[in-house]
Ligand binder design. Structure first.
Ligand code: DX5
Ligand code: ZN
Length: 227
């Protein structure tokens, strides 16, 4: 499965409903929302109230990425706000299994995000519990950074491991993803392309999402043929 998730971090923050509507018009699969608390990462973005407001404005699934310390406190708030997909950082949680269970018990898709330097082997004990994994391919906290090439190997190894173990978790790739490296990342095993500046920094974001979506659809057809 190959999906496109525009990240509104790079959109105009006074027009976030409009940003979600552009994602809808481009036929994106979901909207990615970056929550930053000024502790786990230096920047501050927005909290659960904004997610609840956007929930009212778009029919697209909301994929919320918590870049926060102590996610245990925040997770229930973001579930309540209407997050459909909810990830938190492995590096930030003291009770990873419990936090994942909270999300799953609420019937939402549970994900773990890993910083570029965090090895995928740390997922071993919870791999079966995950609906998705967010592989950070930049250091979290800012949009518009350059893709870190060394992270490609993590995507490939994780994809192989999931296939070998016949586990259904999807691999989301976050940071420096654009139309120019998207095909190579799909080849490596990326399922969800999270794209911030490459979408909202484009002259025509709707057109850009449509092109990305067309590429994802091509890859979906190839995977069906391979089966
Ligand atoms: C970064 C965020 C990303 C960000 C990606 O900490 O997690 O979701 O929006 O932005 P780009 O696609 O510009 O690298
Ligand atoms: Zn993100």
């Amino acid at each position: 499965m190959h999906l496109i998730a525009p990240s509104i971090l790079s959109a105009d923050f006074s027009q976030l409903a409009e940003a979600a509507s552009l994602a809808e018009k481009g036929q994106a699969d979901m909207v990615h929302l970056d929550v930053m608390d000024g502790h786990f990462v230096p920047n501050i973005t927005f909290g659960h109230q904004l997610v609840a407001s956007l929930r009212e404005k778009t029919s697209l699934p909301l994929n919320v990425h918590l870049m926060v310390d102590n996610p245990s406190i925040m997770i229930p708030l973001f579930i309540e706000a209407g997050s459909d997909w909810l990830s938190f950082h492995l590096e930030a949680s003291r009770h990873v299994h419990k936090d994942l269970s909270t999300i799953k018990e609420a019937g939402r898709k549970a994900g773990l995000a890993l910083n570029p330097a965090t090895p995928i082997e740390l997922l071993n004990e919870v791999l079966e519990d995950l609906d998705f994994i967010v592989i950070m391919t930049v250091n979290p906290g800012w949009g518009g950074q350059k893709f870190i090439p060394a992270t490609k190997n993590k995507i490939k190894r994780l994809s192989q491991e999931l296939a070998e173990k016949r586990l259904p978790a999807l691999i989301a790739v976050d940071g420096g993803v654009s139309l120019s490296n998207m095909a190579a990342l799909f080849e490596l095993g990326m399922n969800i392309a999270i794209c911030g500046s490459s979408v909202y920094g484009a002259d025509n974001p709707v057109e850009m999402i449509r092109k990305m979506k067309a590429l994802a659809t091509e890859f979906n057809k190839c995977s069906v043929q391979k089966k």
